[in-house]
Design a protein around this ligand. Structure first.
Ligand SMILES: Cc1ncc(COP(=O)(O)O)c(C=O)c1O
Length: 447
C-alpha cells in the first residue's frame, strides 16, 4: 500500500527490523513503513522521529491512568530490589494476598476469590477451566460444553480461541479448536441500531438464542457461557438494552455459569470498576488483565464467586485445582497493580468515564457526516466509527485511516473498517476535541 503523504521513516534504515516476528501485524507492511514509539507521558507517545502522538486507545486498551505514572514505576523499582521473584506453587509472598483483598473490595458482589494470570488469554483459559472443574466438583460432570459468541475475543490460547468468534483468528486452526463449543449470535445490528447513544435499543431477543442452544444440547451438558459485556476487539459491539440481564436469567435458570470477559471493560472503561457494575449484572466468574496494572507489567486476574471457590474446598486436603502459572502473582506485577489501584481510586478514575460520557458521545456522534461513515457506537469512554468498505477490499479504508491518524499525531485501533477509540481516562474535553479533530481530518484525507 503506497501512500504519497506518508513519509519514509528514518528508522527503517537506521535499525534492523528483520528479526522480530510481530504479533497480529502485517510484518512486511510495517517494516516498509514502521510506526515506532520510544517514550510516553500522560496522554502522549513520542515517536522515534520526535513527534507527539495522542494516545487514542490507551495503548492497547491498557493504560487507563495515562502513561509514565511515577507511582507505578517507583513501586515496581522498589519491589524488584526487595523481592524479584518468588514461586506461587506451595509457597507464597505477601503481595498477591494484599492485591486479592484490594480487588475483592472493588469486585461485583460475591466475586471475592482471585486467581492471578499473566494476560487476558490466560485469564480466559483459566476461567473456562475453573468452570469445567467446578461442574465436576459439584457432581455435574456431564456439563462439559462451552458457549461463546460470534465476534467475541477471548485471546489466543486454544480455549479462548475456541469460544471466540472472530473468523480471521480461527481460520488457520479450525480443525484443532476445542470440541463441544457452540456460539451465540453477535449483537451488531447496524440496520436497526446505527448511531445509537449508549446501549442500542434493539436486539435483546438475541439472548434467547441461548434457550435454543439449551434445547439443542441439553442444559445438563452445558458448563458455561462466556461473553464480553462489550466486545472491544471486534470493533466495540455493545449489548442491546436488557440483553445481559436476559443472559443472566437464562444461565441461572439452567445451572449454567456466566463468565464475563472484562479484559477491556474492566478498570473504569465503561464507568464503575467493571461493566458488570455499570450495567447491573453479576456474572459467576469475571476475567481481567490490561488495566489491572495500567499496562505496565503483564498481569491478569480472574474473579471467582465465593460459592464456586467453596465447592473446590471440599474433599481430601490436597491441591484443589491443578492449574497455575510460574508467574501467577509475580511480585512486580502485584506492585504495579497495587500502585495502579491507588491511582484509580485516588483520582476517581472509575467515575471519569461516566462524567465524560455525554461529552464523548456528543463529540463522536458529531462525526456522522464524515465521508463513508455507516455507524458510530459509544458508551463510557469507548467508541467506534465504522466506515463503509472500500470496493477494492474490506479493511483497506480502515487501515488507511489508522495510518493517516498516526502520521497526523493520533493513535487508535482499526479492526477491518472500524476505528476504535478508548483514550486514557485522564483525558479532558479539550483533548477529546483534539483527538477527534485529528481523526476527522484523517478520514477526510483518505476519503
Ligand atoms: C476481551 C479480551 N479478552 C482477552 C484478551 C486477550 O488478552 P491478552 O492479549 O492479554 O492475552 C483481550 C485482548 O485484547 C480481550 O480484549
Amino acid at each position: 500500500m503506497n501512500r504519497e503523504n506518508t513519509p519514509p521513516s528514518p528508522v527503517a534504515s537506521a535499525r534492523n527490523l528483520d528479526d522480530y516476528w510481530m504479533p497480529f501485524t502485517a510484518n512486511r507492511q510495517f517494516k516498509a513503513r514502521p510506526r515506532l514509539v520510544e517514550s510516553a507521558e500522560g496522554l502522549y507517545y513520542r515517536s522515534v522521529d520526535g513527534r507527539q502522538i495522542l494516545d487514542g486507545c490507551s495503548g492497547l486498551w491498557c493504560c487507563n491512568a495515562g502513561h509514565g505514572r511515577r507511582e507505578i514505576s517507583e513501586a515496581v523499582a522498589r519491589q524488584i530490589r526487595e523481592l524479584d521473584y518468588a514461586p506461587s506453587f506451595q509457597m507464597g509472598h505477601p503481595l498477591p494476598f494484599e492485591l486479592a483483598e484490594r480487588l475483592a473490595a472493588i469486585a461485583p458482589p460475591g466475586l471475592n476469590k482471585l486467581f492471578f494470570t499473566n494476560s487476558g488469554s490466560e485469564s480466559a483459559d483459566t476461567a473456562l477451566k475453573i468452570a469445567l472443574a467446578y461442574q465436576r466438583a459439584i457432581g455435574q460432570g456431564t456439563r462439559t460444553r462451552l458457549i461463546g459468541r460470534e465476534l467475541g475475543y477471548h485471546g489466543v490460547g486454544f480455549g479462548g480461541l475456541s469460544v471466540g468468534g472472530m473468523g480471521g483468528n480461527r481460520k488457520a486452526f479450525s480443525a484443532n479448536l476445542l470440541p463441544g463449543v457452540d456460539h451465540l449470535p453477535h449483537t451488531l445490528d447496524i440496520a436497526r441500531n446505527a448511531f445509537s447513544r449508549g446501549l442500542p435499543e434493539f436486539g435483546v431477543e438475541k439472548a434467547d438464542e441461548l434457550e435454543r442452544l439449551v434445547a439443542l444440547h441439553g442444559a445438563e451438558n452445558i458448563a458455561a457461557v462466556i461473553v464480553e459485556p462489550m466486545s472491544g476487539s471486534a470493533g466495540v459491539v455493545l449489548p442491546p438494552l436488557g440483553y445481559l440481564q436476559r443472559l443472566r436469567e437464562i444461565t441461572r435458570k439452567h445451572g449454567i455459569l456466566l463468565i464475563f470477559d472484562e479484559v477491556i471493560t474492566g478498570f473504569g472503561r465503561i464507568g464503575e470498576a467493571f461493566a458488570a457494575q455499570r450495567w447491573g449484572v453479576t456474572p459467576d466468574i469475571l476475567t481481567s488483565a490490561k488495566g489491572l496494572t495500567n499496562g505496565a507489567v503483564p498481569m491478569g486476574a480472574v474473579f471467582v464467586h465465593q460459592d464456586i471457590f467453596d465447592a473446590f474446598m471440599q474433599g481430601p486436603d490436597g491441591i484443589e485445582l491443578f492449574h497455575g502459572y510460574t508467574y501467577s502473582g509475580h511480585p512486580l506485577a502485584c506492585a504495579a497493580a497495587l500502585a495502579a489501584l491507588d491511582i484509580y481510586q485516588g483520582e476517581g478514575l472509575f467515575q471519569r468515564a461516566i462524567e465524560l460520557e455525554d461529552y464523548w458521545c456528543d463529540a463522536l456522534l458529531g462525526l456522522r457526516d464524515l465521508p463513508h461513515v455507516v455507524d458510530i457506537r459509544c458508551v463510557g469512554l469507548v467508541g467506534a466509527v465504522q466506515l463503509a468498505a472500500d470496493p477494492a477490499g474490506a479493511g483497506l479504508r480502515g487501515y488507511r485511516v489508522f495510518e493517516q491518524c498516526f502520521h497526523d499525531g493520533a493513535m487508535l485501533r482499526c479492526t477491518g473498517d472500524t476505528l476504535a477509540l478508548a483514550p486514557p481516562l485522564i483525558i479532558d474535553k479539550a483533548e477529546i476535541d483534539r483527538l477527534l479533530e485529528i481523526f476527522a481530518g484523517a478520514v477526510r484525507k483518505v476519503a
